[in-house]
Every structure is written in C-alpha cells, then in structure tokens.
Ligand binder design. Structure first.
Ligand code: AGP
Length: 608
C-alpha cells in the first residue's frame, strides 16, 4: 500500500500535501513525510507514526514553497521509523522521491551502488531509486527517472523532484496506482482520486508503464519507452467519502475484492518460476530445516483458522508432526515444546496479546519462532527469529478477509521453501504447485463474479436462528472461517464442524429448513462428504454447497451451489473462502448491521 501525493502550483504546498495525505491515511500510517522545493533547495520533514506527528513537526519547523511531494507509509522493507520514512534523498540532497510498491531487485541494485561509493541511510528498497536517479541525471529529470526505473524490477508508483528543476515533478507507474489532477495553474499527483478531490474533479488515471511530467500548466504523459500518450482527463462525479472505499459501500467488501491483488503481492519476488521460494525475512541456521522435528502453530480467531489450513499443508509437504493450538490455550498448557522445533505465530496485526505470549513461551522453551504477520515492525515481528510478511496492506474492516488469504499464501510459500530444503517435495512437484499458485489471482477474480448471485441467496437466509458449516480436511478448515465471518458481522448463531462429526450429536438440531453450508472441494473426501450432505438433506436442511465449477454431481443434493474455479485441491481454501466471505457480508448487509465495526469487537485484541 502507501499513499503518495505531489503538487505544483501557487498554493502553500505544505498545507495541501498534508491535507491530501490525510485522505490517503487508510493506505498506511506507519510514518509520513513531505519534501518541498524552496529557493532551489529541497527541504524534507518526516516522522514515524501517524500523520498527526508530521503535522506537529511541521508546526515547529514549517517549509515554505509551492512545489512538493508527500507520502504516508505502509512498511514493507525496513521497520517504521523516522529514517525509513519517505521522502528519501540522495547524498547531495538535490534529488528526492516517494514510492509506493516493492522494488524486487533492490538488494542487487544496492550492492552495485555501494560498490560505486553510494552511502545508504535507510533499510528501505525505495532508497536505491533515488540513488539511481541521481546517478542517471544529466540535466533532464524525466530522462533520469526513465533510465533509473529501467534498472528496477517490481511494482511502483514513484514521484520524483530535483532541486535543479523547480516547478517540475516527474512520476512513473508500474502496477501501483497513480492519478494526475488538473486545475487552473496547478497540477496534482496522488495514489488515488479522493486525495485531490477537494481541489479538482478533472482527473487522468496513469496506466502501467507510463510516465508523467508535471508543472503548474499541466502534464505530459508518455510510455516508459518514450511514446507520447494522449488521453482526455475524466470528470469525477462521485464524492470523496465514497472514493476512500474505492466506490464500495464498506471496507469489508473492498477488502474482499482486493484479494486477487493481495495474492499476487504476497507472491511477488518470492515465488520463482522453478517453484523455489525466496523468503527475505527467514534466515534459518544451517541444518535447522533438515533437522526440524516438529512445528507448532499458534494464533487466535481468523489467524487460527489460517493455521488450520497451514497444519494440513505443512504436514502433507514436510511429513513431520504439526500441532496447532489457540494462543490463549497454548500459553497456559505447559506444552512439550522442545528445541529443534519451529513455532509459527500467525497474526494479522502482530499485536494480539495472547499470540505474543504464546510466541514468547515457545522461544523460552527453545523453539525457533517464525512470525507470519501483516504488519512490518509489529511486536510479533520483533519477537521472532524469522518473519514472513503477508503484504495484504492495511485491513480496516474488523472482519478479516484479505489478511486471511494472504496468510494462506504465506503458508504455501513456507511449505515450498521448507519442503524443497528437506527433500520431501520434488523439484517437479514444486514447479507444478508454483504454476497453480500463480494462477490463483485470476481464479480469485472469477470467484468474485458470484457476488450478485450470493447477494440474492443471502436475502433468503438472513435472520435464521442457526446455521451450520461443514466440510472435511481443508474444507473443514475453510468452514471454520466461513462460520466465524458470518457470526461476527450477522450476529447469527453459526457453528462449523467436520462433516463426519455431525452424526455424533449435532444432527439432532437439523430440522426442516435449517441452513447448512457444505464446502466440497477435496476429491479424496468427496464421496464421504456427499453422504454427510445426504444425511442433513434427509432431515430437511436447506443446503448451500461451495464446489468447483465443473462439479456435475453436487447440484443433485444442494439447493444452491456456489461455484469456484478448479484448482489443486491443496490450494482450494484460497478460493472456497471467497463465497463464504461474500455470503457473510450480504447477510449482514441485509440485516442492516454495522459491517465494518461489528458490536463488541475490536480490530486488534491487545489485552488478554
Ligand atoms: C477476524 O475476523 C477477527 N477480527 C479476529 O478473529 C482476528 O482474526 C483475531 O483477533 C486475531 O487477530 P490478529 O490476526 O491480528 O492476531
């Protein structure tokens, strides 16, 4: 994530940049900063923490000027502190830039720049870009930026200023979003439209592979290869509040729809074409992986449900015992955690009190702690020996969706990395899995196409007294998360259980019209689950099945079938959770609940 802005005109740039960043804070709030050109010099102010801290700093040390850039950060490389905050400058201080995205080859670029005598101040991937621009500059900022980004691989929206060319800003886009806004005698840049809506409604969206060169009179756009681009700006008709949610009525829905991009982002630069995996935050000592005797997984809530998938995945790939427990149980259990084991603590926020305590206990008992978390610099990441960041971006809705999916992807990456090193996964097996993983963003997009159909089904279930979610194996793990999603935002009683467990008691509760959701993607368990489904059907249940699009059998037994694209059964949780998230969302909407902030709950549970 991260939010970026730029301004050239006649207004006080400081005030405008801070106000614009405030409207982008939902994209990240680890740190913020601005740079303004003033009398041929660039001045920078930046600070860790929310935008308010930058605002306080600027009150003490204001910057005068009418051309500037700004950034609000969601950390990906380097902890959130003052030094890692953007903007970043080169050694001379004549070049300054802000960046949203990830420079995948920053390590090799940095090594080359260090050899050439460049000195680095931050731990960010971004800083290499400003050194490259300074190196490439010979009097024309546009050409310097073009050559610099030609050396970088990855995702970026980058906005650059140079002290020698006042009143000019150059920006480029590859994957990360960027828009230009036009008004009389002033031009704006931003990650998205709401940031600049108070100043203009005339906006041009910059496409991947394009560069834009702005001054107070307007902008010229061209491709990175130098081909001129002529497009007419659009006139924005919607309001800023709507736009912050990307046009979605709730953050939860927006975050559900962000999942294809999140899957791609979490894989980016890590999954290699041969199936091998680079995990930049995991540095296992020699022999550790080969000698690994057992893995513990610990987490709470949705993260625990991701861990249930992780248990089955890691067990299948690594062929060692994997034990999972809720963090609030594990920490008081006197568990037999031994040296020679690994403990994976999973937490979106990295601040859940019980998960931190369980992780610390595991470390005390000699286990090597790996943090699977979404928040760079979180307490969990600082406690852990190894870190796997999930790159889901800030998750605003209390009901977790995209962070769950990113945790699943993190687990698959870990399984590949450890399985190849232990030799329990063949190179051919890894390459095949890698191919399937790479296809997931597009398949997740197709799964989202069911949104309108699910909204109709939701209307028929909203408000029933009880609902049950069943499945076997990985389908059971997904059922637990589907059930939690529903209960936390619909306030309906919902229960998940392994399909085989029904007849041991719960079947007594199934009567005419009781809704039962069955997840049905695991081929080796298919017939068994179908018999469970027949048992509930015989008692009058209204059955909703989540199944592959080419499943011709399931419609004989289910009242509604929510279809997902076929993938390897092993990866199906990434897709089968999508209809369940949408079902929960539409039921809660039907009931008129506060979807993003459900009653009694908080985004991050930092107390026991
Ligand atoms: C899920 O929708 C919930 N908001 C909740 O269960 C959450 O997953 C749990 O509190 C753990 O949070 P964490 O991932 O930040 O540790």
């Amino acid at each position: 994530m991260c939010g970026i802005v730029g301004y050239v005109g006649a207004r006080d740039a400081q005030e405008l940049l801070v106000a614009s960043l405030r409207r982008l804070e939902y994209r990240g709030y680890d740190s913020a900063g601005i740079a303004i050109t003033n009398n041929g010099r660039i001045e920078v102010r930046k600070s860790a923490g929310k935008l308010q801290r930058l605002d306080d700093l600027l009150e003490d040390q204001p910057i005068v000027g009418t051309t500037g850039i700004g950034h609000t950060r969601w950390a990906t490389h380097g902890v959130p502190n003052d030094v890692n905050a953007h903007p970043h400058t080169d050694a001379s201080g004549d070049f300054v830039l802000v960046h949203n995205g990830i420079i995948e080859n920053f390590l090799s670029l940095k090594e080359a720049l260090l050899e050439d005598g460049h000195e680095f101040r931050s731990d960010t991937d971004t800083e290499v870009l400003v050194h490259l621009v300074a190196d490439e500059y010979d009097g024309d900022l546009l050409e310097a930026v073009r050559r610099a980004i030609g050396r970088a691989k990855g995702a970026y929206a980058v906005v650059v200023m140079c002290a020698h060319e006042p009143g000019r800003i150059v920006a480029a886009r590859m994957i990360s979003p960027l828009v230009v806004g036009f008004a009389d005698g002033e031009t704006f840049l931003a990650s998205d439209i709401p940031a600049i809506l108070p100043y203009t409604r005339s906006v041009l969206v910059i496409n991947d592979g394009e560069m834009v060169d702005i001054n107070a009179d307007g902008a010229t756009v061209q491709t990175i290869e130098g081909e001129p681009v002529h497009r007419t700006p659009m006139e924005v008709t919607w309001d800023a509040g709507q736009a912050e949610k990307g046009g979605y009525p709730h953050f939860m829905l927006k975050e559900i729809f962000e999942q294809p991009a999140v899957i791609e982002e979490t894989l980016r630069g890590r999954l290699q074409s041969d199936g091998s995996v680079i995990l930049e935050g995991a540095d296992f000592p020699a022999g550790f992986v080969a000698g690994l005797e057992k893995i513990w997984i610990t987490a709470c809530g949705t993260a625990y449900h991701a861990g249930l998938v992780g248990r089955d995945v890691l067990e299948k790939v690594l062929r060692i015992p994997i034990e999972i427990d809720y963090a609030h149980e594990l920490r008081y259990r006197d568990p037999l955690i031994r040296p020679g084991t690994m403990t994976i603590a999973i937490s979106q926020s990295g601040e859940t009190a019980d998960t931190l305590a369980a992780g610390r206990l595991a470390t005390e008992l000699g286990s090597r702690l790996l943090a699977l978390t979404n928040v760079v610099g979180s307490t969990l990441s600082r406690d852990a020996a190894d870190i796997l960041y999930t790159r889901a971006g800030p998750e605003i809705a209390v009901a977790s969706t995209k962070a769950y999916t990113a945790m699943l992807i993190g687990t698959y990456l870990l399984a590949l990395r450890l399985g190849l090193e232990r030799g329990t996964l063949t190179a051919a097996g890894a390459a095949q899995l890698a191919g399937e993983l790479r296809a997931l963003p597009e398949k997740a997009n197709r799964a989202l196409d069911m949104d309108a159909d699910i909204a109709k089904i939701a209307g028929r279930i909203a408000g029933v007294d009880d609902i049950y979610f069943i499945g076997r194996g990985l389908d059971y793990a997904v059922a637990t998360e589907g059930s939690l999603k529903l209960k936390e935002i619909s306030y309906m009683h919902s229960e998940a259980m392994p399909a085989g467990e029904l007849k041991h008691g719960t079947l007594a509760l199934i009567t005419e019209g009781t809704p039962v959701v069955v997840v049905l993607t695991q081929s080796h368990l298919y017939d068994k689950t179908i018999s469970g489904l027949q048992e509930v059907k015989a008692r009058g249940a209204r059955v909703m099945a989540v199944a592959y699009e080419d499943d011709t059998e399931v419609a004989k037994y289910a009242n509604h079938v929510l279809r997902i694209p076929r993938t390897a059964d092993f990866l199906s949780p990434v897709l089968s959770i999508i209809p369940l998230q949408l079902l929960a969302y539409h039921i809660a909407k039907e009931l008129g609940h506060d979807i993003d902030m459900p009653r009694n709950l908080a985004k991050s549970v930092t107390v026991e």
